[in-house]
Design a protein around this ligand. Structure first.
Ligand code: G16
Length: 543
């Protein structure tokens, strides 16, 4: 074995987005592409002698090859040890858990999350810091600056490591520990939730269906739901991770999890349904013939959190991303705890969690989590719901309907216009920004504008500032329209339009969502000229 220094030149466009660097697989397969980025991560970290790195991914196409390359580069950079998931597999929440449990310096997650996989699909890489969470922008920007100036990388010429069995190996002086992908994570879940009560619920005939979407959460759900909690074999469907996710889009929403939606809409539907995404950090929760929006899910979990052993002491605060509905804010107010509003991106929750300001966090993009790790967590959300159902004896629909009756309902929908021309999307946003100054007080038919702005965030812990995080038009009754461009796509631009209407009156709590939001949808089109700019009369995906 020896370490080689390889000459390279900067490759443009390696700036991490909302959650790491995501590109087409073919882009990552270019000579030096992955190596340049990984060396830039290591150069940002500096001396790593004596340090431990965690490494794993969601098993998508190119995962295995990338793991071997990163192991050889970590050895050349002088890491003492790498903990790598068996088969190169670790869900994003499991990486966060393992970093924290083993006191690692950080971790590398190989995933493009909910984006499609396979040779023609997407790949991604993200660095997580010592607290287990995604690197903040100060770190991702430093990595990016290194990619712009890189001239060489260092890599061992060692042979591939066998990742199939747990055990230890060496590359140069570095130890490679192949760890069970599930064990540490499952142990943490047992501390947080009442497994006995859930086991009893299931033994009593309660039926559930978890859709692994042929992505990384299948093995976690199998081990915990079927293995430890006694759900009958077959309760976890699409459980085997595949390199192309079986050709599906591993995005747990009513559009992409169509098989699960059909199962939950049938007359003999199970009591509870759930799905997770490519890397296991998102969740979708369903009752029998009943969908729970992610924003409502966060609010319901917060309102009942003390029923779960890990949260018995109560919540310190609740944080949500700005476009997420304000349902959780009402719970925070009732509990007398602070509510935080952050830009989109789980990395913005890290400081709040580290500082003990927030316990629960959530996003409209099917992400929910807590201070148990520093990532959102799909299986955790499922177990939290099961714990609530076991403790209350109520159905999913009952819990949500009672929540609306108490707090009012925040009707909510996101309209995505995917793959639109980037220039047109930027022009649309620029033209919206120009209008903001004159919008306050405007009568828009059903609504009067209270204020309109471009969301800025000042982190209450470290004072860092993030600007231009989404255009919001807020009505006098709290209803809102938010516009922003996605930071996770790999083709053109994706315009996201977030629509929210607050309804206090229980007589109006059971309207079809798109109907309830109809007037706001019209206003969004009028104000932004979406059809003119994008050439699209309708969104690509409505969730
Ligand atoms: C990532 C981020 C989330 C964000 C989501 C969508 O999730 O971690 O915070 O809400 O992307 O972001 P955007 O609207 O910019 O596409 P994931 O699950 O893709 O890692």
């Amino acid at each position: 074995m020896s370490i080689n220094t390889v000459s390279t030149t900067p490759i443009p466009g390696q700036r991490p987005g909302t959650s790491g660097l995501r590109k087409k697989v073919s882009v990552f397969q270019q000579p030096h592409y992955l190596e340049n980025f990984v060396q830039s991560v290591f150069d940002t970290l500096g001396d790593c002698a004596g340090k431990t790195l965690v490494l794993g991914g969601d098993g998508r196409f190119h995962n295995r090859a990338a793991v071997q390359t990163i192991l050889r580069m970590a050895a050349a950079h002088g890491f003492a040890r790498v903990l790598v998931g068996q088969g190169g597999i670790l869900s994003t929440p499991a990486v966060s858990c393992v970093i924290r449990k083993h006191g690692a310096l950080g971790g590398i997650v190989l995933s493009a999350s909910h984006n499609p996989g396979g040779p023609d699909g997407d790949f991604g890489i993200k660095y997580n810091i010592e607290n287990g969470g995604p690197a903040p922008e100060s770190v991702t920007e430093a990595i990016y600056r290194h990619t712009e100036n890189i001239t060489q990388y260092r890599i061992s010429d060692a042979a591939d490591i066998d990742l199939q069995q747990p055990g230890a190996a060496r590359i140069e002086a570095m130890e490679v520990a192949v760890i069970d992908s599930v064990a540490d994570y499952a142990a943490l879940m047992q501390q947080l939730f009442d497994f006995d009560a859930i086991r009893q619920l299931i033994a009593g005939g309660f039926r559930l269906c978890f859709d692994g979407m042929h992505a990384v959460s299948g093995p976690y759900a199998k081990a915990i739901l079927e293995g430890q909690l006694g759900a009958p074999a077959g309760s976890v469907i699409n459980a085997v991770p595949l390199e192309d996710f079986g050709g599906h889009h591993p995005d747990p929403n009513p559009v992409n999890a169509a098989q699960l939606i059909a199962i939950m809409a049938a007359d003999d539907a199970p009591d509870f349904g759930a799905a997770s995404d490519g890397d296991g950090d998102r969740n979708m929760i369903l009752g029998r013939k009943f969908d729970v929006t992610p924003s409502d899910s966060l609010a319901v979990l917060a309102a009942h959190a003390t029923l779960a052993p890990g949260y018995r002491a109560g919540l310190k605060g609740i944080a949500r991303s700005m476009p997420t509905s304000q349902a959780a804010d009402r719970v925070a107010q009732a509990l007398g705890i602070p509510a935080f509003e952050t830009p989109t991106g789980w990395k913005f929750f890290g400081n709040l969690l580290d500082a003990g300001k927030a316990t629960l966090c959530g996003e409209e993009s099917y992400g929910t989590g807590s201070d148990h790790i520093r990532e959102k967590d799909g299986v955790w959300a499922v177990l939290f719901w099961l714990n609530l159902l076991a403790a209350t004896g109520k159905s999913v629909e009952q819990l949500v309907s009672e929540h609306w009756a108490r707090f009012g309902r925040n009707y909510y929908s996101r309209h995505d216009y995917e793959g639109v021309d980037s220039h047109a999307a930027n022009e649309l946003m620029a033209s919206l920004r120009i209008k903001l100054a004159t919008m306050a007080g405007q009568d828009l038919g059903h609504y009067v504008v209270d204020f309109a702005d471009d969301f800025d965030y000042k982190d209450p812990v470290d004072g860092s500032v993030a600007t231009q995080q989404g255009v919001r038009i807020v009505m006098t009754n709290g209803s809102r329209i938010v516009f922003r461009l996605s930071g996770t796509g790999t083709e053109g631009a994706t315009l996201r339009v977030y629509l929210e209407r607050y309804e206090a009156d229980p007589a109006f709590h059971h309207l079809p969502t798109q109907q309830a939001l109809g007037p706001l949808i019209l206003i969004a089109e009028q104000v932004a000229g979406i059809a003119d700019w994008t050439g699209r009369a309708h969104p690509t995906v409505t969730t």
